[in-house]
Design a protein around this ligand. Structure first.
Ligand code: BJ8
Length: 422
């Protein structure tokens, strides 16, 4: 990707650190992804996207900006992408999944903080992410305390608009969130200089729902045994969903699903039939965090679903398309977000009920609860998950880990033992 050097320099990237990052990614990707047997042909597009991760897509963002468009970064599935799209902007997910710029991040953050927060701060302070550097502004939220307070600091380096996300789902919380969504729409109109009409918004909702429907179609196919696609490939697609062009991405996922449907009809899968089936639940796995899924799928199991924000939580709720007025559309957008079962809600029984349903629907043999270290909402909620799964005699393995590779051997031993047992 050396021909992008000029673009990266013009974005102000720290070229030395960025080069280091670019050197790590291809061999990791080769070992984790390209070595998988029986991969569907339709994965070629997604391989291409990763190969061009800091290239073509960044070029597209730059062209969009040159034509007067805005790029808005987000860190959470609560942020309504439809509103940015309706205003002619591009919304990209920025959650970072790699240890980089740690020394820089630790100058402003405590050492013992969730690696996802440390990573996004490190990316910004270390100037290593061309997505971050392409953003005109970013949108934060008050989901967990770590992110909430980190956004105050991040605002020193890039304009941050913070949305107040409720922690309960009572009617007054819904009202608060609707007001936040309305404020967000006004802010986006101001930032983009584009007044959003009801037509713009209805169209954007339809397009983003189309992306969700394609991902739902993929998820549905994974209920089959043998599984027609690996969990690692599915996770990759879910990660790419956060930043790729919506229309192109939707078409490519649907193309892949056409291929997978044929495989299912022919009973062809990526792993032999009756391979132990696992559901992964917990904190989001932002690109390129593939550590645990790689261990699971090289230890004799297949991941059939991700109860994660880089997974079902991202696409299983759609925005209702039953209204045409601006107020109605905004209400529907707000309603969708509150269907997300994030551990920052209390109580969050919806997540556990959903998990039980998923185990049944996907005929899973066990669940792996994977939380990032120092993430209080998920590591504490793991207790609720454990109690209920125990009552239902569903095997569970709880893992806490970060982005470093130091615990890989230990994790492999634990995961292998778990898979042996289910
Ligand atoms: S809706 S899961 S994307 S908040 S891992 S930063 S919670 S300490 S990411 Fe999330 Fe939205 Fe919820 Fe989903 Fe904090 Fe935990 Fe870190 Fe987290």
């Amino acid at each position: 990707m050396s021909n992008y050097n000029e673009m990266w320099r013009s974005l102000g990237l720290n070229m030395t650190v960025h080069d280091q990052l670019m050197q790590v990614l291809p061999p990791t990707y080769h070992d984790v992804y390209l070595m998988q047997p029986n991969r569907p042909q339709g994965m070629e597009y997604f391989d291409f996207v990763v190969n061009e991760i800091h290239g073509l897509r960044i070029q597209e963002l730059q062209e969009h900006k040159k034509a007067g468009g805005k790029v808005i970064g987000a860190f959470c599935v609560f942020v309504p992408e439809e509103i940015v799209r309706a205003a002619g902007g591009i919304c990209i997910g920025l959650c970072s999944g790699i240890d980089i710029g740690t020394a820089e991040a630790e100058k402003v953050l405590p050492r013992n903080i969730c690696p996802l927060i440390k990573s996004f701060m490190g990316f910004k302070l270390g100037k290593v992410c061309p997505y971050f550097e392409s953003c005109d502004m970013v949108v934060g939220e008050t989901t967990c305390d770590g992110k909430k307070k980190a956004f105050e600091i991040l605002n020193d380096y890039i304009p941050v608009h913070v949305m107040e996300t409720p922690h309960m789902k009572k009617s007054r919380d819904r009202e608060l969130w609707l007001e936040e969504v309305k404020d967000f729409a006004h802010m986006v109109e101001k930032a983009t200089g584009h007044n959003i009409t009801a037509n713009d918004l209805a169209k954007a909702i339809k397009e983003v729902n189309g992306k969700r429907q394609a991902l739902q179609r993929l998820a549905e196919l994974r209920k089959q045994d043998p599984a027609p696609i690996s969990g690692k490939d599915s996770l990759l697609i879910e990660q790419i969903a956060m930043y790729d062009d919506v229309t192109r991405f939707t078409a490519k996922v649907n193309e892949l699903c056409n291929e997978l449907e044929k495989k299912v009809q022919a009973s062809k899968g990526v792993f032999p039939s009756r391979t132990p089936r696992v559901i992964v639940t917990g904190t989001p796995m932002a690109i390129p965090n593939w550590k645990v899924p790689h261990i699971i799928e090289t230890s004799g199991a297949v991941i059939v679903a991700e109860e994660l924000c880089t997974g079902l939580r991202y696409f299983e709720n759609e925005v209702a398309e039953d209204v045409q007025t601006m107020d109605g559309l905004l209400e529907n957008i707000a309603g969708r977000c509150l269907g997300v079962n994030c551990a920052v809600f209390t109580p969050n029984t919806g997540r556990i009920e959903r998990l039980l349903q998923l185990v049944e629907d996907y005929q899973a043999d066990g669940v792996i609860h994977c939380a990032l270290s120092f993430c209080d909402p998920y590591t504490v909620e793991a207790n609720r998950v454990e109690n209920v799964l125990k009552q239902h005699k569903i095997p569970l393995l709880k893992i806490e880990t970060g982005y470093d590779q130091e615990d890989t051997g230990q994790l492999k031993t634990r995961i292998e033992a778990f898979i042996e047992m289910i």
